[in-house]
Design a protein around this ligand. Structure first.
Ligand code: F6P
Length: 319
């Protein structure tokens, strides 16, 4: 293999730049030509390719977002779109591909291999941490730090005004961000799609705590569990607190990556190139027991990651 491509696709996540840097530098150091594909699969269909060298990725490790830019590409969902993309790759002499992204992006990579035999390796990059087979995805740690920083600030004002805040976080159908942020901030409750909520019970508990003298209340809600507006509607007249809503939104996807994300991305980036050079295909880089392992993309996509119920129980015990 002489030439490989790298792209970021779907929602961006902090650390993607560190992964691009590792792919480019590890590839170049090992004698490969590395082509950056801009704007994800849309750029692949358009042939938006540019060779990248050592200096092209200097100073990007600490930057949020992705220098290659990204997209959610409707056309790539069609077999015709994928055929166009594959033809563009073949014309450019790209013999292997590193795809950095979440579930949709990895599904696209798998289809590209199945339909056009283009060797692909995936790197899980999404703040949602909803990819099975890997303990962590790139961007999750930075996102959690952003969320807990925001919640800490909300706690200040919640305490001053003796209010409740219902804070909505991202995550699609996954409650990972909500649960982990609630646990890490000592919030009163995490409302997640994986666990049905008994609003009567929850309201009763919060009301009792309020009566016992608690002066603030933070409820973290995953967007996939109905969202903050709905939860506040269900609770606010019953919990004894004046209530405010904060939807954190896309701020969760930005920012300079944490040390954890930079290291994870660097390790996965280098390992992905190694996998392609060794002739592997349709594999995803996964963090397990602090080692980077190679698992079939199909395995990662087969089932939902699921929430760690022992963490959920712990959040109830400690709140
Ligand atoms: O998958 C990452 C994510 O940030 C989700 O948590 C969220 O639901 C979605 O992307 C938002 O997508 P967009 O940036 O297209 O609005």
């Amino acid at each position: 293999m002489k030439t490989i491509g790298v792209l970021t696709s779907g929602g961006d996540s902090p650390g993607m730049n560190a992964a691009i840097r590792a792919v480019v530098r590890f590839g170049v150091k090992n004698g490969l030509k590395v082509i950056g594909i801009q704007r994800g699969y849309c750029g692949m269909i358009d042939g938006a390719f540019k060779e990248m060298n050592f200096s092209d990725v200097a100073g990007i490790m600490e930057r949020g977002g992705t220098i290659l830019r990204t997209s959610r590409c409707g056309e790539f969902y069609t077999p015709e779109g994928r055929a166009k993309a594959a033809a563009k790759l073949k014309n450019a002499g790209i013999e292997g591909l590193v795809v950095i992204g979440g579930e949709g992006s990895l599904t696209g990579a798998k289809l590209l291999y199945e339909e056009h035999r283009i060797p692909v390796v995936g790197i899980p990059g999404t703040i949602d941490n909803d990819i099975a087979q890997t303990d962590m995805c790139i961007g999750v740690d930075t996102c959690l730090n952003t969320v807990i920083d925001a919640i800490q600030k909300l706690k200040d004002t919640a305490t001053s005004h003796e209010r409740a805040f219902v804070v909505e976080v991202m995550g699609r159908e996954s409650g990972y961000i909500a649960l982990n942020a609630a646990l890490a901030t000592g919030s009163e409750a995490a409302i997640v799609p994986e666990v049905p909520v008994d609003f009567d019970k929850l309201a009763e508990r919060l009301f009792e705590e309020r009566k016992r003298g608690k002066i603030n209340c933070i409820i973290v809600v995953a967007e996939g569990a109905g969202g903050a507006i709905q939860v506040a509607k269900n609770l606010q007249d019953r919990i004894g607190y004046e209530t405010r809503i904060t939807i954190l939104g896309h701020v969760q996807r930005g920012g300079s990556p944490t040390a954890f994300d930079r290291l994870l991305a660097s390790r996965m980036g280098a390992e992905a190139v190694k996998a392609l050079m060794n002739g592997e295909t349709c594999m995803m880089m996964a963090l397990r027991m602090n080692r980077i392992e190679h698992v079939p993309i199909a395995e990662a996509l087969k089932s939902k990651k699921g929430l760690d119920m022992s963490l959920y129980e712990l959040s109830l015990t400690l709140s």
